[in-house]
Design a binder for this molecule. Sequence first.
Ligand SMILES: [Zn+2]
Ligand SMILES: [Zn+2]
Length: 213
Amino acid sequence: MEIFKLVFSPIDVNTYVLADSSGNCAIIDCGSYDRDEFIRLTDLIKEKNLKPVLLLNTHCHLDHIFGNNFILEEYKLGAFCHKEDEQNRENAVQHAVFFGLSMEAPPVPSGFLIDGQKVSFGETELKVLHVPGHSRGSLAFYSAADSVVFTGDALFAGSIGRTDLPGGNYETLLNSIRTKLFTLPPQTVVYPGHGNPTTIGTELKTNPYFFPA
Ligand SMILES: [Zn+2]
Ligand SMILES: [Zn+2]
């Protein structure tokens, strides 16, 4: 699998494009804030000759769904996310105002995902992991074959997601990371919703929220 990362919006959210040899691609968290940013994404997709077939949201905080309307319009793809994040999606426009930003109401998701479910594009399969704590419906997407996991705002390099927003819970988040992420093979590369990649092994040893355990 090839992974392309773009950083979008005043909130610096990571948008990932996952491509395999089929030429199909999946987009995780389209954070394009305006049309200019969205063109950066469509240009990459054109340049690499890819066909988007799947839009996934790790959760529905505004920064992770800014671009959902653009994706729907351009590629006719609705998002797949966890039902427990519907409230965040519904409140996104108000959250934007709170942050001094603006956005159109995000489209209704195409479907909801649950823990343990498999989603696929091209020849690639991703396992859905429910990792609540940053938000109730936070998801991670794991490919065992490619040894990668997309963790949204649950786990970052050297940090974890904030837990002071509605639906957030510190103990729940630590438990999600311990049971769902730190149980993955240590060489698994972590692609978070913000900042740089890391590995499960590095976070197990050095993440200050867990070390010393
Ligand atoms: Zn978030
Ligand atoms: Zn975020």
